[in-house]
Design a binder for this molecule. Structure first.
Ligand SMILES: Cc1cc2nc3c(=O)[nH]c(=O)nc-3n(C[C@H](O)[C@H](O)[C@H](O)COP(=O)(O)O)c2cc1C
Length: 321
């Protein structure tokens, strides 16, 4: 099986990917959070910096692009080709209204003709391969069944399906029956993505869908960095989890200090980091409450040291499947 780290904008950038990969195993590759293809063939230098090969030596990465204009999209593809990338991913899944109403992300899923015209334009001239990450539809899961014949006509590398609709955001459960139907219709390799939070989630899904060979995990790894390794091993045999979590945190924090411009940005990122991880620690809610209001990284690290000295344990994420 192949295990992917999902793109999570604001979380799984190179700082996360590198500090994670120093201490944990299990992922074969990552899709990076999206780079916006801006009007006039422009893009943000910061977004390209995230995928510079010299910043991504520990975990192979596939850059992702968000956009609907073929020329703008191709300009980003060219920049990524110049960096040596041989494949890129197109974001057709972003559920946010602000994005979707501009006919980007999941906002394109209900327009198979627009997707067709886009692929017809870009595919013959792309210097790299192309994969797609998508949901079942914008408004309705049936949209994927109109789109699949279009996607089947192009030589795509792979399609990742998160089996929810865009308007559903993250509510309810992934629709495994719709995923199975889409999988059967798709002539490209398909990656399953959605709600894998513990080993038993993966075991349940892989028993139900034994034909799936490619899997992607997002939020689950933010709460439990051991998860990919445990899934690959088929059992949880990791010792001294708390020690590993501390080392991982310190690597992440010092890299944030080195790469972000001001203390407020650093602290925002540290709060996001703990928003997923703190519930996996005994008294983690207390830690999160303590750091939530802190704006100075020095005070933050003092508080964190105190918290760990007072004593805590790794209890793992609370999973309600
Ligand atoms: C905070 C956040 C940011 C995300 N950013 C992206 C992104 O940049 N590109 C993308 O394709 N999906 C993005 N996603 C969707 C995830 O990649 C993934 O499809 C979703 O979280 C479901 O998988 P999970 O249940 O394993 O987390 C994001 C999701 C979250 C919660």
């Amino acid at each position: 099986m192949i295990l992917y780290l999902a793109p999570l904008q604001g979380f799984t950038d190179r700082v996360f990917r590198n500090s994670f990969s120093q201490f944990f195993k299990g992922f074969d590759l990552a899709i990076a959070p999206f780079i916006s293809a801006l009007h006039g063939g422009r893009y943000k230098a910061k977004e390209i910096r995230d995928v510079l090969p010299e910043h991504n030596r520990l975990l192979p990465v596939i850059p992702q692009i968000m956009g609907n204009n073929p020329q703008d999209f191709l300009a980003v593809v060219d920049a990524l080709d110049d960096l040596g990338y041989t494949t890129v991913n197109w974001n057709l899944g972003c559920p946010y209204k602000m994005v979707a109403k501009k006919m980007k992300g999941s906002g394109l899923l209900c327009y198979p003709d627009v997707v067709d015209a886009f692929l017809d334009h870009v595919m013959p001239v792309m210097k790299t391969g192309l994969s797609i990450k998508m949901r079942l539809g914008r408004y309705d899961k049936k949209e994927i069944f109109d789109l699949m014949p279009v996607l089947n006509r192009y030589p795509l590398d792979e399609i990742t399906i998160h089996p929810r609709t865009g308007i559903q955001m993250y509510d309810g459960h992934p629709d495994l029956d719709a995923f199975t139907e889409a999988f059967a219709l798709c002539k490209h390799p398909v990656v399953y993505n959605g709600d894998i939070k513990c080993l038993s989630d993966y075991q349940r899904l892989s028993e139900k869908m034994p034909y799936v060979e490619r899997w992607m995990i997002g939020r689950g790894v933010l709460s439990d960095p051991f998860l990919p390794m445990v899934i690959k091993n088929g059992s949880d045999t990791v010792d001294d989890k708390l020690g590993l979590i501390l080392s991982y945190h310190h690597a992440y924090f010092s890299e944030r200090l080195a790469t972000l411009s001001g203390p407020v940005h650093v602290m925002d990122r540290m709060k996001s980091f703990w928003s997923y991880l703190a519930p996996s620690l005994d008294r983690g809610d207390e830690l999160f409450k303590r750091i939530k209001k802190i704006r100075d990284p020095h005070i933050y690290i003092e508080n964190l040291d105190d918290f760990f000295q007072e004593g805590t344990q790794w209890i793992g994420p609370i999973v309600n499947s």
